[in-house]
Write a protein that binds this ligand. Sequence first.
Ligand code: PMV
Length: 314
Amino acid sequence: MSSAQAPGKIILFGEHAVVYGQPALAAPVTQVSAEVRIAAARRSGIWIEAPDIKVDRRLEALPTTHPIAVTIRNTLAALKASPPQAVTITIHSTIPVASGLGSGAAVSVALVRALAAYLQKRISNRSVNALAYETEKIHHGTPSGIDNTVITYARPVFFIKGQPIRTIRVRRPFTIVIGDTGVCATTREAVADVRTAWEHDPARFERLFESIGTVAKSARRAMQTGTPERLGPLMSENHALLQEMGVSSPELDHLVNCASKAGALGAKLSGGGRGGNMIALVPDGGETAVAESLLQAGARKTITTTIDPKGASL
Ligand code: PMV
């Protein structure tokens, strides 16, 4: 028997621009997670039970491009291991799908680690991250790699595509309320639309990407110098730039406005946009008022999370 867990994540700053080489900041969200258990089975073959996505079948019966099948195949190849003979792989997740909280990457990371543990093979974080990135390509098309990185390392990260991972030392903890619009939106589509718009007007979009990169760098400084209250206005600025890029939505804008009216220091969409989740920075003791106002404004669910120096401990 083996098992592994991986947290959800939020992008604090820099989504979309990160695909074009700008820095972005992300943090793990341990209140939600994906869990993979692998146990010996009586029936032969590899069986996948993932009730959340209504999968209950043999591995060979999944399409060869299914993210779970790809992750298992790539992991076995990377570990130079032959497939286990009779096992059930059970996958559960409390991370909502298609909502910017990293559900796909969390399943991949937990699956890679659970497989390695079951086969009694050691695997480095770097390899876990690389394998999860391969699967992200199926989910996203041209992913920056930020989701798999923040989830693999389970620490707040300052991420630049193609560069070595840098974790952030958060000098003073701060609290974020996450609000779910309940609207499912695929990151792949939002990323593709931004690409088309960038191709039509590269100068305008490069200016937007650069402005977002500048915001992300200021945010990193605020976290490292223990002045998280500065993140509020930076979040609002980042949201306005994402609106200009065309990746917000009326539901996201509505929740962002409600959070600000209820006392948030700043708010923005988080992740691919068009739906999914928004985040709001709240002052000490302000989380209940903001969460209640988001629920009244139509949020499907809220999660309150604190970003602290250690990040998640897994
Ligand atoms: O998976 P999501 O919805 O959190 O989006 C990831 C962030 C993007 O910048 C939109 C895409 C990427 O690959 O970085």
